[in-house]
Design a protein around this ligand. Structure first.
Ligand SMILES: [Zn+2]
Ligand SMILES: [Zn+2]
Ligand SMILES: [Zn+2]
Length: 336
């Protein structure tokens, strides 16, 4: 397993080096040397091992590695610094501009001064109608016709014959054209309970570090233990509160069903002093169960009225029998 991992690591590194190499291979350097200056030579330019520095001059130009024809596209990579804005364009033999003009303050968003590392696309053109048919120099010029370059330093100037799409199609990986290649971001462990943290990735091509918001990484509060606030009353539920163990934020919530209920002693609540409601003589319950008592009443009254009827019948019978008996006795005495 370890052997496989190391092989993979080596392959990845080889691939990365190959990618970097091919990026370099696609761009052709414009030598930033005294000898390679174009039609506009800056006497005050100071040349070093990597490029030049120009404290104050109206312009400086360098010979391109080849001629580019009308309508052709040239992708130019420049890296350096300057004190203020400046312009870049292609030209033919110095005096004839041979492309669009790139203003650094427009080419690089928000550029005012300082370091730059940018890829710029030029199209060879005859914008000033001077019969220009090719470009063979690149010119760096002050921001306006009567202002100078100030402390312009260039350490890289290289060109690709084609536009950015052609560059990508050819396998170009320069971050300034295709964007950084960042495979993995690692959390910086700075998320809080309520705010997302950040994560940082490193470009495998150029080593650029990019830190971005780690969406959804907010931790949420850690309310582990809720403690009662002992504020329940006879009729209202009480509350309980927890403190976040991370940030100290508190959370208070109602404890459902924690109302104490009244504690009546001698008709008064011992807790809140409320008088005990007087209970009524249960007419309401009688109404509620109207049917059963009514039935009981009617059945008992019907049975009592029934028994009264029986008594009347018995008495009537006794009287009738007595009358008949008397009559019989009377009739027997008459016969005798
Ligand atoms: Zn990069
Ligand atoms: Zn918290
Ligand atoms: Zn009470």
């Amino acid at each position: 397993m370890k052997r496989i991992l190391s092989v993979v690591t080596v392959l990845v590194m080889l691939f990365a080096f190959a990618a970097m190499a091919s990026a370099d291979d696609l761009m052709t350097p414009v030598p930033l040397t005294q000898d390679n200056q174009g039609s506009f030579i800056a006497d005050t330019a100071v040349f070093g091992e990597t490029g030049f520095t120009l404290a104050d001059a109206s312009q400086i130009s360098f010979k391109l590695p080849q001629e580019y024809l009308l309508g052709e596209t040239v992708l130019v990579h420049i890296k350096g610094s300057a004190d203020g804005n400046f312009r870049v364009f292609l030209e033919k033999n110095g005096w004839d501009r041979a492309s669009n003009i790139i203003n650094m303050s427009e080419a690089v968003t928000g550029y005012e001064s300082g370091a730059f590392d940018v890829y710029i696309t030029f199209v060879v053109s005859d914008e000033e109608a001077k019969g220009v048919d090719l470009a063979n120099e690149i010119n760096f010029k002050g921001p306006t016709y009567d202002t100078n370059l100030v402390n312009l330093s260039l350490e890289v100037c290289e060109v690709f014959h084609g536009d950015t799409e052609a560059y990508k199609a050819a396998g170009g990986t320069a971050c300034g054209v295709v964007g950084h290649t960042i495979a993995e971001y690692v959390s910086n462990g700075d998320a809080t309970c309520t705010e997302d943290g950040t994560k940082t990735g490193v470009c495998s091509i150029c080593g650029y570090e990019e830190t971005v918001t780690d969406e959804g990484s907010a931790l949420g509060h850690s309310f582990a233990e809720y403690v009662s606030n002992d504020d329940a009353t006879c009729e209202d539920d009480g509350t309980e509160t927890a403190t976040c163990s991370v940030c100290g934020e508190t959370d208070t919530r109602t404890v459902e069903g924690s109302a104490l209920g009244h504690n009546y002693v001698d008709g008064v609540c011992a807790n809140c002093g409320e008088a005990e409601p007087v209970e009524e003589e249960e007419p309401a319950p009688a109404d509620d169960n109207a049917e059963t008592p009514a039935n009981a009443d009617s059945s008992s009254s019907s049975s009592s009225s029934g028994s009264a009827t029986t008594i009347i019948i018995v008495i009537t019978a006794v009287v009738v029998v007595a009358i008949i008996a008397v009559a019989v006795v009377v009739l027997k005495k008459k016969k005798n």
